[in-house]
Design a protein around this ligand. Structure first.
Ligand code: ADP
Ligand code: MG
Length: 344
């Protein structure tokens, strides 16, 4: 396959490997130049304007369908969509004024998370409210409506399900991944999630199945989940390959990237079985010494070619092991190399 990419930044990492067209997503003339000669278009960024995806879809096939972008771009629409499919979510309330916030706090209680409805990522656009007096500060900090207040979930852990759906509606699911976030950013994933049961896996697959069939989805999707005992609440979805699926490059028979391309190209989906126990650690803010990372046996280093900046994801490291115990040891060693301080 050969690729052309569209991004507003000349620094876009895809430009290292593909023909990069630098333009704004809503530049109509650029969209036409971009589409010219292509077989189809896909995206790996959920804030592509829905209108741009729709304009492209009038010229050539666009997968996943623009409706998937629309469903995921607004946290209120997204949670309403989940609930409409019978998928449980944290309780939430729409907040468009300080009075709405008062009302929502009295219904949902504390702690609660106030979030911007659009354009949040990596924990940006969120305020964890523990005390009612901080509500004015939270309102100010998020700088404008529309907002959403969510009940804070004291989850046991966070999980994600990665799934693929082909053009004829066939599906494939990766094993649930356990994710650890700090300051709203994904730090590490373990796959399959430790202690994964068939019941938990099938609950997650049924959520993904419902979402994908409602959207007539084509491609890879990720759904982020909170686990509370044996129950899964849906947090959000991403209509694209996902950071919590990066382990599949080395850790699964077919990577999420290959399965995404197979799906959008109308080819058979590849086997999603894990090759062992995988861990993925994100490289955030500073690039480690390659030699030190690769000295850890079994470690694979991925750098995206981005300039280092505080709180920016610059790459990741994956390690695959035959047993869970050696995985823990490798994670410990990698944490030292990457200077990470969270518990595994
Ligand atoms: N309602 C909630 N209860 C508990 N933790 C939450 C809640 N909402 C978000 N978080 C924490 O913040 C992280 C980022 O929030 P999320 O809604 O996924 O936004 P983002 O788009 O930034 O990923 C989550 O992965 C979770 O760790
Ligand atoms: Mg998230």
């Amino acid at each position: 396959m050969r690729f052309r990419t569209l991004d507003h930044s000349p620094e876009a990492p895809a430009g290292q490997l593909t023909e990069l067209l630098v333009a704004e997503f809503d530049d109509r003339a650029a969209l036409e130049r971009f589409a010219s000669g292509l077989d189809l278009v896909t995206y790996e960024f959920e804030n592509v304007p829905v209108q741009s995806a729709r304009s492209l879809a009038r010229m050539l096939p666009v997968y996943p369908p623009p409706e998937a972008l629309e469903a995921g771009q607004d946290r209120l629409a997204e949670k309403t969509f989940f609930q409409g499919l019978g998928i449980p979510t944290p309780s939430f309330a729409e907040v468009n004024s300080p009075a709405d916030l008062e009302q929502a706090l009295s219904t949902l209680g504390l702690p609660a998370v106030l979030k911007t409805r659009r354009f949040g990522y990596d924990g940006k656009g969120q305020f964890l409210l523990k005390e009612s007096q901080k509500r004015h500060a939270a309102w100010q900090a998020l700088g404008g409506v529309p907002l959403l207040l969510e009940q804070f979930i004291p989850f046991e852990r966070e999980l994600s399900i990665l799934a693929a759906r082909g053009r004829a509606g066939e599906t494939a699911f990766y094993p649930l991944v356990e994710n650890l976030h700090r300051d709203g950013m994904l730090r590490r994933s373990i796959a399959p999630a430790p202690g994964l049961t068939a019941a938990l896996q099938s609950q997650a697959e049924s959520y993904a199945e419902r979402v994908m069939s409602a959207l007539d989805y084509v491609g890879v999707i990720a759904i982020e989940l909170f686990q509370l005992e044996d129950r899964l609440l849906a947090n959000e979805m991403a209509p694209r390959v996902h950071n919590s699926g990066h382990w599949t490059i080395e850790g699964a028979a077919t990577s999420q990237f290959e399965n995404h391309l197979r799906a959008v190209a109308g080819l058979p989906l590849g086997v999603t079985a894990p090759r062992g126990y995988s861990a993925m650690l994100n490289i955030i803010g500073a690039i480690p010494e390659a030699r030190k990372v690769l000295e850890v046996e079994g470690a694979h280093l991925h750098l995206y070619g981005k300039a280092a900046r505080i709180r920016r994801k610059l790459g990741h490291v994956t390690v695959v092991c035959d047993d869970a115990r050696s995985l823990d040891e490798k994670i410990e060693r990698l944490k030292q190399v990457l200077d990470l301080r969270f518990e595994i």
